[in-house]
Design a protein around this ligand. Structure first.
Ligand code: TRP
Length: 374
């Protein structure tokens, strides 16, 4: 298959917010400034290396599945080299301890495998298990100013929503850590949501400045400048009409049972109009449910809404529950089988870390060499 990747078109220009750090870079050169921060459709899968990741803070939900997970599987199946990182150190950016870390990490791997990521083709690993990756953070931190770090809009937002009394240093610097996540394996494509674009911009800035400051003796660059692969997938709302989130209790987990799914959907917020339509701007709650059913049925949301018509919220919720349970039945069956073998999940992480460590060691050696370290 050499076609463009479905659902991963990324033809939009980077947002103004995302380009702010680069614009302020004193060393910006004209040739680099013109390069788009987002990638278009992929025409040559073998020419790319993709890195993505998640924090192990709880089970993945349907928003993750339609937002990124199924795209990762598509990319893998197209022959793009995949690295999928469990960002366990990132958990302690906005909380004191990483609660039930081993369990959440294993369950993340479980969700990945159930969704179709294949550990033979995709390298799945936890970043805490790759020391050389973390060591890249030191030279990288020297390439960004404190003012740039404090301007990052996503970090600002996370700080605003944090329940912690004080912002810790890891929270403040984690976009640079994320640059290390991406650059240790020289990934050139990063599938992300819109909110992660400022972080990708940090990774691009770090790569550019490192290459300018520390070229190889033949003038070649150590790092590629990674680009974002924006998902076309519409954002799914939670059952309360807010952002779908692990922590808000408004999401259906991938691994939920059929009864749990029915219960959560039954509790979803709707509105007083019995006639079901797809109108995201004016009826976000109802439209979110229609969209979920449509994604599961692989149909247009308008068609799903029309079919339900005057059936009201009860008919809508019945349709959504049936659609979700039917669509995810095979995935959930696979997940249940895999869940019985925790040893296998550990082995996937162990093998992934071994591959990641070999690559990180080589990159760190290259970094130390161009810096002139003995
Ligand atoms: N910040 C991402 C999240 O919260 C997880 C992540 C860590 C990541 N490192 C990454 C994503 C590198 C993409 C690339 O979900």
């Amino acid at each position: 298959m050499t076609d463009a990747v479905p659902n991963t078109a990324a033809l939009t220009a980077p947002t103004a917010a995302a380009s702010t750090p680069a614009a302020s870079a004193s060393t910006t050169s004209a040739s680099h400034a013109d390069e788009p921060a987002t990638a278009g459709p992929i025409t040559d899968p073998a020419a790319h290396r993709v890195l993505t990741g998640d924090r192990p803070t709880g089970p993945l939900h349907l928003g993750h599945y339609f937002g990124t997970l199924r795209n990762r599987v598509l990319l893998q199946d197209q022959g793009v080299e995949m690295f999928v990182l469990v960002a366990d150190y990132q958990v302690i950016t906005d909380r004191d301890i990483a609660d039930r870390l081993a369990e959440h990490t294993e369950n993340l791997v479980l969700d990945y495998l159930a969704a179709g990521l294949d550990p033979e083709r995709a390298t799945i690993f936890a970043h805490s298990a790759v020391p050389a990756l973390n060591q890249l953070l030191l030279p990288f931190l020297s390439l960004v100013s404190v003012a740039e770090l404090s301007r990052n809009p996503t970090v600002k937002d996370e700080i605003a929503h944090s329940s912690q009394a004080a912002v810790n240093g890891l929270m403040f610097t984690y976009p640079v850590h994320q640059a290390a996540d991406i650059l240790f394996c020289k990934a050139d494509l990063v599938p992300v949501g819109q909110d992660q674009l400022p972080h990708l911009e940090v990774a691009r800035t770090v790569a550019r400045r490192f290459n300018e400051r520390y070229p190889h003796t033949d003038g070649s660059a150590v790092f590629p400048r990674p680009r974002a692969l924006l998902s076309e997938a519409p954002m799914l709302l939670g059952t309360d009409g807010g952002k779908m989130s692990k922590s808000r209790g408004n999401a259906v987990a991938l691994g939920a049972t059929e009864d749990e799914t029915a219960r959560i959907i039954r509790g979803a917020r709707t509105d007083a109009d019995r006639h079901i339509t797809y109108d995201p701007a004016n009826r976000p709650e109802v439209s979110g449910l229609v969209l979920l059913a449509a994604l599961c049925q692989d149909r247009a949301p308008e068609a799903v809404a029309e079919e339900i018509g005057g059936g009201g919220a009860a008919a809508l919720k019945r349709t959504v529950t049936e659609s979700v349970n039917e669509h995810f039945r095979p995935l959930r069956a696979r997940r249940a089988e895999l869940a019985a073998d925790r040893g296998h999940l550990r082995k996937v992480l162990h093998d992934g870390a071994e591959r990641a460590n070999a690559i990180a060691d080589a990159t760190l050696a290259e970094v130390r060499e161009v810096m002139g370290a003995i």
